[in-house]
Design a protein around this ligand. Structure first.
Ligand SMILES: [Zn+2]
Length: 428
């Protein structure tokens, strides 16, 4: 979390409460604006977002967003609050995503976290956004895949900033921080948001396995389910996630037992067919971020969990989510060239019109679209519609790779170079 305080940039996620208090104290009760959120909106990068300084019950000072400015922050900023219309564009009604006054994201999840509850279908209604718009399904609950995207986005893992591919402990630390600011509606007992019951990838540097054991035990004692987030490195790695009794298990990744119930099945079986595309991307060098929802049990005093639902998103070695092998190739190139960019995430809403990527190190952000090999008539129509949207919204500054015309990326780039990166002070 970065803020500008009197012209200086500070990272609050690395500061203790008393350090934040000391930084803010000189400006408490100041009449002019000194403190701004450092998030930058891709579509309005020059917007300045003032924050106000609030006195907490504990008498320490913290920052809160100015009322009704929630939808002006960047989508991955903790102060971002989605407007009803934007939520609908993502496929959700506005009750699914809300922000409480502490700046926590409050999510209505499609799955109950009580052990006794079975899986539920998210309730959907159909709405029309504007007189000529196509009616679309709006969900009143966020799916686990939507939650995985939300976590990824809040941990800033859908953005690449030059020279900063996070190592695994860094990834886990960021996810843990993001999880603390996401709460599940109707679950009051949570102290640290979903981090209370989110098992994270083991990394000895953070004693994650020990924390996972404590969370699993606490959940089993309260008859609650857990969530488990892990990164699978490649197809070989996925195939090896089987325990001595031939059941799929996440134990090697989490340090505690979270496994499938059936002998002879694999995680690949559990993920297919919904995540066939993500699975196929393992073979081009992608990794897999998986989020499992698992019911807890205790056997002779040891807690364990059985997976009920598992979702996946393909990610690159730089942790950037991708939807296709072309996106993988393109992302690898941007990272190798040291470009700064963002991958907008869909939160499990397949119908949304978002650019595939947004270049952020140019004078103004440049939306990027990769048109694949689709030959269906509705694919071509969708492509034309997207082109006209970009032409209107970003005249002369969107970039595309038309794979049908030229499948070799280097060859396409020779004829259609990417907009050049410029130093950050010259960006708008
Ligand atoms: Zn912000």
């Amino acid at each position: 979390m970065h803020y500008w305080i009197d012209g200086q940039r500070h990272d609050f996620s690395s500061l203790l409460d008393n350090e934040i208090h000391a930084l803010l104290k000189p400006f408490h009760h100041a009449s002019t604006e000194h403190v701004f959120c450092a998030c930058q909106r891709t579509d309005a990068p020059d917007t300045r977002l003032p924050m106000y300084i609030r006195q907490n019950r504990s008498t320490s000072l913290s920052l809160a967003r100015v009322p009704r400015s929630g939808n002006e922050h960047h989508r991955s900023c903790r102060h971002f609050d989605i407007a009803a219309e934007d939520a609908a564009r993502l496929g959700y009604d506005d009750s699914v995503l809300a922000v409480d006054e502490e700046g926590n994201q409050v999510v209505a999840l499609s799955e109950s976290l009580r052990n006794s509850a079975g899986a539920t279908e998210p309730r959907a209604s159909v709405v029309r956004l504007g007189p000529r718009a196509v009616p679309r399904r709006i969900y009143a609950r966020m799916t686990p895949l939507g939650l995985l995207h939300l976590l990824w986005e809040r941990a800033w893992l859908n953005r690449h900033v030059v020279g900063k591919v996070p190592e695994l402990p860094d990834l886990v630390r960021r996810l843990r921080h993001a999880a603390r600011q996401i709460r599940i509606r109707g679950l009051r007992s949570a102290h640290w948001g979903i981090e209370d019951f989110l098992l994270l990838q083991e990394t000895p540097a953070l004693s994650t396995a020990r924390a996972n054991f404590a969370k699993l035990k606490a959940a089993a004692d309260k008859d609650k389910k857990v969530l488990a987030l892990a990164v699978i490195e490649d197809a070989m790695h996925l195939a090896r996630l089987v325990d001595a009794r031939q059941r799929p298990t996440l134990r090697p990744l989490l340090g505690v037992t979270v496994r499938g119930g059936d002998v002879g099945r694999t995680f690949e079986d559990l993920l297919a067919p919904s995540f066939e595309r993500a699975l196929s991307l393992l073979h081009v060098g992608a990794r897999l971020a998986v989020l499992a929802l698992a019911g807890t049990r205790t056997y002779e005093g040891t807690p364990y969990a059985i997976v009920e639902n598992v979702v996946a998103t393909a990610i690159t070695p730089a942790w950037i989510p991708i939807d296709s092998s072309r996106e993988f190739e393109f992302t690898q190139l941007l990272v190798a060239q040291g470009r700064q960019f963002e991958k907008p995430l869909r939160y499990d809403a397949a119908e949304s019109v978002f650019p595939d990527f947004v270049l952020e190190d140019t004078a103004q952000p440049v939306p990027i679209e990769i048109y694949g090999m689709g030959t269906l008539a509705d694919y071509a129509a969708r492509r034309e519609k997207k082109r006209s949207i970009y032409q209107d919204a970003y005249p002369g500054r969107h970039w595309e790779w038309d794979v049908q015309q030229e499948g070799r990326l280097q060859e396409w780039l020779r004829r259609h170079p990417l907009p050049a990166a410029i130093p950050s002070r010259q960006r708008q």
